[in-house]
Write a protein that binds this ligand. Structure first.
Ligand SMILES: *[C@@H]1O[C@H](CO)[C@@H](O)[C@H](O)[C@H]1NC(C)=O
Ligand SMILES: *[C@@H]1O[C@H](CO)[C@@H](O)[C@H](O)[C@H]1NC(C)=O
Ligand SMILES: *[C@@H]1O[C@H](CO)[C@@H](O)[C@H](O)[C@H]1NC(C)=O
Ligand SMILES: *[C@@H]1O[C@H](CO)[C@@H](O)[C@H](O)[C@H]1NC(C)=O
Length: 218
């Protein structure tokens, strides 16, 4: 036993050294937890722009100073704003082409998030679909002549290429898939979305975007 006591003492010192070393490592690691700003947007935890910060499932992309969200089909959408306290972000809807009623994400059949992603499309989005085939007229789509999409086609420059097409709007509610907004040949070929539409606001005052929320990491 006597033989071992110096070793035990050494061990204690080593332990103290290691403990403080580890403490420094841990404090540095947590300093890396939140990602750096991207352009003028803060990137709150758990969003992750690289492998050294945030959580890997919460990947967003900082491309040349522009923060972007990737659909599961690999198209990038600019992130317009982030609300870290409600775990929500808003992305820019795809542009509707000037000459044809197609959104820029028509090639990937619209916007899609992976089913097992922590992100989903929130229930605050009013989605307008354009150039629809009559086969998609299911409730709760509102495809009447008073639908918001008519106003969008008539009043907004961006909707002008969709003027006169069959169109519908709906509130993305909890009865629907929260992982995609679909466009396709033979369905609808363009869409846009606005967040928290207030009755009475004119269309140019709407907050155009797709609101996405995320589950907190365990
Ligand atoms: C990156 O952004 C800067 C400033 O906005 C711009 O001048 C430059 O052309 C961009 N580079 C690329 C590769 O897009
Ligand atoms: C509407 O969609 C069809 C395909 O479903 C396409 O052929 C047609 O050009 C589109 N209309 C407009 C106005 O872009
Ligand atoms: C369709 O939407 C418009 C605008 O919100 C509303 O006034 C109208 O009552 C709706 N129609 C149906 C059938 O839901
Ligand atoms: C979407 O995510 C929120 C939390 O981020 C969750 O409460 C909700 O149940 C999810 N909705 C669906 C349909 O998965």
């Amino acid at each position: 036993m006597v033989f071992f006591s110096p070793l035990i003492v050494m061990d204690k010192r080593l332990q103290m050294f290691l403990t403080s070393f580890l403490l420094i490592l841990v404090s540095q690691a947590s300093a890396f937890d939140t990602c750096p700003k991207c352009g003028n947007l803060e990137v709150p935890y758990p969003l992750s722009t690289n492998e050294n910060c945030g959580e890997p499932n919460y990947r967003v992309y900082c491309n040349n100073g522009t923060l972007q969200f990737s659909s599961s089909r690999g198209l990038y959408y600019n992130i317009l704003s982030i609300n870290p306290s409600s775990n929500k972000l808003i992305i820019n809807p795809p542009r509707i082409q000037k000459t044809q009623c197609f959104t820029s994400d028509f090639i990937t059949e619209g916007f899609r998030i992976d089913d097992n992603s922590p992100f989903n499309i929130s229930t605050h989005n009013t989605v307008m679909l354009f150039n629809c085939s009559s086969s998609i007229f299911l409730s709760p789509l509102n495809c009447t002549s008073s639908s918001f999409c008519r106003l969008f086609e008539d009043q907004m420059e961006e909707g002008s290429s969709c003027k006169g097409t069959l169109c519908c709007h709906f509130l993305k509610d909890s009865s629907m898939t929260s992982h995609r907004i679909k466009v396709r040949d033979g369905g609808c070929t363009a869409y846009t979305s606005a967040v928290d539409v207030q009755p009475g606001l004119s269309l140019d005052q709407w907050n155009y975007g797709i609101e996405i929320q995320w589950l907190l990491p365990n």
